[in-house]
Write a protein that binds this ligand. Sequence first.
Ligand code: FAD
Length: 420
Amino acid sequence: MNDSYDVVIAGAGPAGAQCARDLARRDYDVVVLETEAEDEFPRQSNKSTAGTFPSMMSAFGVPDDVVMQYTDSVVLESPTDYYVREQPGAVLEFADFKRYLVSDGRDEGAEYRFDARVTAPIMENGEIVGVTYNGDEAVYGEIVVDATGPAAPLAKKLGVVDLERQNHAIGIEYEFEGIDVDRPGFADLRDAMMLRLDHEIAPGGYSWIFHTGEDTAKVGLCYIQNGSHQRYARDDFSIDDYLNHWLETDPRFRNATRIEGKQHRGSAHIQPPGRMHTDRFMAIGDTVPTVDPLWGEGINKCMQSGRMAAAAADSCLKHGDLEPTAENLEVYETLWHREVAPNVDNRLRMTKLLYLAENDRYDRLMRDLNRLDDETLSKANRGDLRAIAKLLRFEDAPLLARFARQQFGLEFGSRLGIGR
Ligand SMILES: Cc1cc2nc3c(=O)[nH]c(=O)nc-3n(C[C@H](O)[C@H](O)[C@H](O)COP(=O)(O)OP(=O)(O)OC[C@H]3O[C@@H](n4cnc5c(N)ncnc54)[C@H](O)[C@@H]3O)c2cc1C
């Protein structure tokens, strides 16, 4: 087997597999090392609800056969109210989607090695020149990419990322049949992706129902295990307990049964990205992390980051004499901040503010969303501060004060190195 490539990628998730597709299409020698076995891929990494939008499908040439259900709307729910926005989307079968990315990458010329758990960088003169996998096997590359999601074995050892425990978000989901997707008193969830803000069900996070056709849906919840979660959490409740509690108390699930073998769980970090690259090395996808903090849209963002890393690698490798030094790969970080997540700081602040709010504020938020025009809401969603201000009211002063105290505390604490 060849042990020397232009680019070595660890991890065959959306980020790594897309990076490989783009590089192979440009005729680079690229290998992807994936820890899971090929015959059951993806198993543990089959973690995503995989709700996405047409822009992602067309930008990356994703075929219709990995779509479980096309959707027409996104619904936001609070404990007693809801808001419906017409917006076309698609709920993918995440496993089929991952397998498609692998097979298409192979068709383009990328090599895949499954059962290959990457453990550490191989260093020479202070620079990464390859990786070890499965203990004693090695592979070398001009450029190495860590796309292993939150595992990040290379990025962590190189000191490129610092994924913090306090920012760890966890999620769990089951697929069900027998759901009442158009229950009187609730929004019509046929052909919809619904996200629910309700601390009773997902303290410091949100829960969801994504329709997958007929009476079936993906049902799950996630939260960041931080202050907001602790403020609203119940004693000794695990994430599974919260999901069970929702299933037992919401009438839409009265006749629902779990579809066997269809459960997904995973995690990501919701924190500002730090450094993403160094000499001969880039971290992409949720290793950075890249997932959108507010609603957890990670597939599109992570694939975009893979694409930007491929462009940065191309810009060095196509000129044989341009070393992939940190300086020459800097373009990756520039593209990440400009194209992938242009408003990440504002969106992180919005996320913190949203999850701090109380349940009755969520009900008022639904009324405000129904009141405001689409343009203001789109701007607010993009992190525009003026538009966000239109969603705030005089009664929000205590919430904003709490938010300011938390922000100040965090900034002050991080300057002192507390909480790291
Ligand atoms: C419960 C849940 C629901 C979600 N729902 C949505 C949604 O509806 N829409 C959306 O857009 N996003 C959603 N996301 C987010 C999205 O799934 C992620 O952001 C995205 O999968 C991240 O892609 P990635 O390629 O960076 O990492 P990952 O998907 O984590 O892929 C990493 C790959 O690396 C492999 N790997 C790990 N360690 C090693 C190692 N040491 N060596 C080799 N390989 C390794 C893994 O097996 C995996 O295949 C959800 C996430 C969760 C957890």
